[in-house]
Design a protein around this ligand. Sequence first.
Ligand SMILES: [Mg+2]
Length: 238
Amino acid sequence: MKKEFKIFIDFDGTITNADVGENIFLKFGDEKEVKRIIEDLLTEKISSKQCWLSLCESVHQINKDELDNFIDEFKIDPGFKDFIGLCKKNEVHHFILSDGFDYYIERILKRENLNDLKYYSNKLQIINNKLIPSFPHHDIDFPSSANCKRNHIINNSADEEYTVFIGDGNSDKSTIHFCDFIFAKDDLLKYCEKERISYFPFKNFNDVKRIMIKLLSKKRLKKRHQADLKRREAYIQE
Ligand SMILES: [Mg+2]
């Protein structure tokens, strides 16, 4: 039987080299205020949803052209397209799961001719020069990501499939507990170490591609037992 993988990829700081969402607020909001809000998120004083709401409020006026020009400065990982090519060649379904906003994800994917990629994120509109966020995939039980990444993973994978997660940060921490193979860098890597979750360290998508080729070629793979248990728990709760 053909092994089925489902791959879930974080956007900010994983596909893009820098955190686009955070940088938008550092640029257009009050820097001191923005840093304080983010600190509150990282120390779990506030949820991610509350963080985004406060950050959007911290921007009093935004000019759409200036915002678009700023977004256009962000680059994607040079190996990302190649990695997507590998997924397509092997018919592996892949999804972007972002706790950022559709506004810039859409713009960047379009620029890179990657707008056929499926993604789930929060939403952001500009109305009367204000940033108006909304959270269609929010789940109150998962405060660390306003877009509940766990639910997308559960809804888009079957029990016998291998789930792969690739990410770097705070919004991925509660999510990876439900995945079999984890690619981690930066804060997420430190978290995996601390929580003793097995992971592949990566610097860029060339690293991910190299390891993924190996996983795809293996005859036998083991699912991560802890992830299986977590998934079962999630089903029972529903
Ligand atoms: Mg990230």
